[in-house]
Design a protein around this ligand. Structure first.
Ligand code: C2O
Ligand code: CU
Length: 486
């Protein structure tokens, strides 16, 4: 057995699935396997203080906030169509929630404080309950004071397996983390400082894979790996190059895309985004492949090496198809669509003179004094996940249920913004008026400075849904809104 993070022994859950398959084949409905009382949780999560060894053995452990004492939190793995009941017991000294990023859950299970449920108080337990309607790579994290709660370590992967997965030798998750550590490996506690809020967010100085700084990851010549990348960083955008390999992108934000090599050979992953790669290890035994992150100009670094062992698994790459089955997402009907414009403003080196804050027109300098720096359509929002803690935002627009909506976003700032919509998945239609090649389904779309992006989705999930930048410092500093579906 290979060491972590690539090794994944068959676990009890997979054995259960095999048993389920046998029962289904014998003519019983798979639903018969579900427990009769809805009350039993399928999973538990306990956010609380913890300690993690993130950097080398010569450094002390890092005090973190963690799910079940682990960074990242436990990987939750279910099968498409399963019902999850996750009992969350809050052992933090402050309120928390769990948001199931990218999962199309009912509004009350979305984990946004007071929209509509209150957060989980210290010592309390709340059970989130929802169906895993879509297969794919998702993740979970708190949605209250997220810039600090996520920044201190609260994040985990949620993998929903396809009913018939594609054939690979190993299915591997890399939760990419980014930390601002001090010399003694403790987390720098300068959360929410104005520099981070008004520039590119809290970009740290230590990048981890599954909670550790890794030097190398073992691979085998000839094997096919499905690598699920999750960007769990507050602010860092990754641009990964796997030198000498030809990774195929098979899913973005959990949803299948026509398999293709990433543009310019670089896998770009903004905060909260996921990309599933299928990689054939075409090197020879004892080769090494370096994975480089060169997203920020002039700041390229080596993330990790893929180190081939002496063994060769097969001579030629597998021929099995790598296209994933589509998820049941309703197709937008562009002919009957309503169109809404969304303008992102603010930040340093921007043009924004001021914005509405708590119903008052406020100039930029006054905004910055109260920790605000960004706006969506001229409004800098301070709740429910911002400084306003607890006050609910008025929607920027309301959509009739079942209607297709096109959002035309314009980034009027000098900074990147990964914009995330809750409760839905959208197709990315165009960038700067050029149609996208794959009309990708995404829940988080990265806008480069001054870029314009159009997305479309069917507003089929009723409720008030957050629509915000996933650079968590931008979110807390105002780049946050809600969209209502009635
Ligand atoms: Cu990943 Cu509004 O969340
Ligand atoms: Cu932003």
């Amino acid at each position: 057995m290979l060491p972590n993070p690539f090794a994944r022994p068959i676990d009890r859950r997979q054995l259960l699935l095999l048993a389920g398959g046998a029962i289904a084949a014998a003519g019983f409905a798979p639903a018969i396997l579900r427990p009769a009382q809805a009350a039993e949780p399928t999973h538990t999560l306990t956010p609380g203080p913890g300690r993690a060894r993130m950097v080398g053995a010569e450094y002390p452990e890092t005090t973190v906030w963690a799910y079940d004492g682990r960074v990242p939190g436990p990987e939750i793995r279910v099968r498409q169509g399963d019902r999850l009941r996750v009992a969350v017991t809050n052992r933090l000294a402050e309120e928390t929630t769990v948001h199931w990023h990218g999962v199309r859950v009912p509004n009350a299970m979305d984990g946004v404080p007071h929209m509509p449920r209150p957060p989980i108080a210290p010592g309390e337990t709340f059970t989130y309950e929802f169906d895993a309607v879509d297969a794919g790579t998702f993740w979970y994290h708190p949605h209250i004071r997220s810039h600090e709660q996520v920044g201190r370590g609260l994040a985990g992967a949620l993998i929903v397996e396809e009913r018939e997965p594609i054939r690979v030798d190993r299915d591997v998750t890399w939760m990419l983390g980014d930390w601002r550590l001090k010399n003694d490996a403790s987390i720098s506690d300068d959360f929410g400082n104005m520099m981070d809020l008004s520039h590119n967010g809290r970009v740290g100085n230590t990048v981890t894979i599954n909670g550790r700084v890794l030097d190398e990851v073992p691979v085998r010549a000839g094997e096919r790996i499905r690598l699920r990348l999750v960007n769990a960083a507050n602010a860092r955008i990754f641009g990964l190059r796997l030198q000498g390999l030809r990774p195929q992108v098979v899913a973005i934000d959990g949803h299948p895309v026509e398999p293709h090599e990433p543009a310019d050979g670089r896998v770009v992953l903004a905060p909260a985004m996921r990309i599933d790669l299928v990689i054939d290890m075409i090197g020879a035994p004892s080769d090494r492949v370096t994975v480089v992150d060169d997203f920020y100009r002039g700041l390229a670094y080596r993330l990790v090496d893929l180190a081939y062992g002496a063994e060769r698994l097969r001579d030629r790459p597998l021929e099995a198809p790598i296209g994933l089955p589509a998820n049941p997402v309703p197709e937008p009907d562009l002919s009957g669509a309503v169109r809404h414009e969304v303008t992102l403003g603010g930040g340093m080196m921007g043009m924004m003179a001021g914005a509405m804050v708590d119903g008052k027109m406020t100039d930029m300098r006054t905004m910055m004094r109260s920790g605000m720096a960004w706006a969506i359509n001229g409004v800098a929002a301070s709740g429910p996940d911002g400084h306003g803690g607890g006050h609910v935002m008025d929607p920027i627009f309301t959509l009739e249920r079942g209607r297709t909506c096109v959002i035309a976003m314009a980034n009027d700032t000098a900074w990147h913004h990964p914009m995330h919509l809750h409760g839905h998945t959208f197709r990315v239609l165009s960038r700067n008026s050029q149609p996208t090649r794959f009309r990708e389904w995404q829940d988080t779309v990265l806008l480069a400075p001054r870029e314009r992006v159009e997305v479309a989705f069917v507003a089929d999930n009723p409720g008030d849904w957050m629509f915000h930048c996933h650079i968590l410092e931008h979110q807390v500093a105002g780049m946050m809104s809600t969209i209502r579906v009635t």
